[in-house]
Write a protein that binds this ligand. Sequence first.
Ligand code: PLP
Length: 380
Amino acid sequence: MSDHDFVSGGKPIGIERGEGPYLYTAEDTAYIDAGASFACTPLGHSHPAVVDAVQDQVGDLMFVDSSYPVQSREDAYASFVASTPDGLDQAWFCNSGTEANEAALKFARSATGESKIVAATRSFHGRTMGALAATWKDKYKKPYEPLAGDVAFVPYGDSEELAAAVDDETAAVILEPIQGEGGINVPPAGYLETARELTDDAGAALVFDEVQTGMGRTGSMWACQNAGVTPDILTTAKGLGNGLPVGAIAVGDWIADGAASHNATFSGGPVVTAAVHATVSTLVEEEWPAHAAEMGEYLTTELEAAIGDEVREIRGEGLLIGIELKRGANRAARDLAMNEQVLALPAGRTVLRLLPPLVIGEDDADQLVDALTAVVASDS
Ligand SMILES: *Cc1c(COP(=O)(O)O)cnc(C)c1O
């Protein structure tokens, strides 16, 4: 194996190509990707619609500054905005999830004239200075303090604590509709509605970070649609370009009208927006969110039957699934990879996270269930 940069842990499996939900080594050993691509490939690896769109765009035009209209950006803007909940009619493209959240916090501040941010315990919003300040884990934050801004943390899922924290000085409440990195935490029914009411009353912006939950994974295009709650600002990234680095923020009119100057050189570049348009329109036209709901239901039911008694809990929505193990998730993820050719992801110490491409079929789900059964059995 080659050397890695000084912050990424190297894994002993070299990946050479990908197709659908599978990743292949140079020796052509297939691994099912249930987390290796971090929710970044909802349509599966190197999906032909995205590959074709990107290849065409690379040949025509790789870059021009975002103040010049370019067809791929116009198309991506239209398909992305059409995919978001009604009322979020303006958008801005950026390069990553953390950058989308930086923009969200900035826009909330300028639109409200306030600066206080309310975030949740176990949240993850990214690693630049502003988004990091709204992220929960000390391990990510402590060495870099002091961070930007005035952030109060409240226990995720607790409506009363949220009510006590939001007031007239609040610029934004930022929440993941289901927490990803924090352990696949689904909030109790009514929690997101309460957040909506509280922010409305206080004149604050409600920000939903859908960087991980978005792009159809939870069975709707956006997880907030499952709860029927529309935020003032929705941020996304990860799967938006099916593997290319691109993020976006969709906002309501009052946020757009109150937004001060903000931009980035690579905002809405022609190549990444070609990927966005191909990804979003394929997801919507081929109804992959509904498939994710169906496969999520199938996989969760099968897992519950096979290992329900051996684990603490299986939870999530659609193909965003967390399995709370009785022991370490890192070891389970390693065993899955080394013994079962399944690549999964820990989310905290004891939670194993499954985030397969939305295009998995029942055979793939069965393979995941068999692999997890073997690993959980060998563990206890
Ligand atoms: C991954 C993630 C981010 C950060 O996205 P990057 O593209 O890594 O900056 C922010 N929020 C959530 C919910 C995420 O899962």
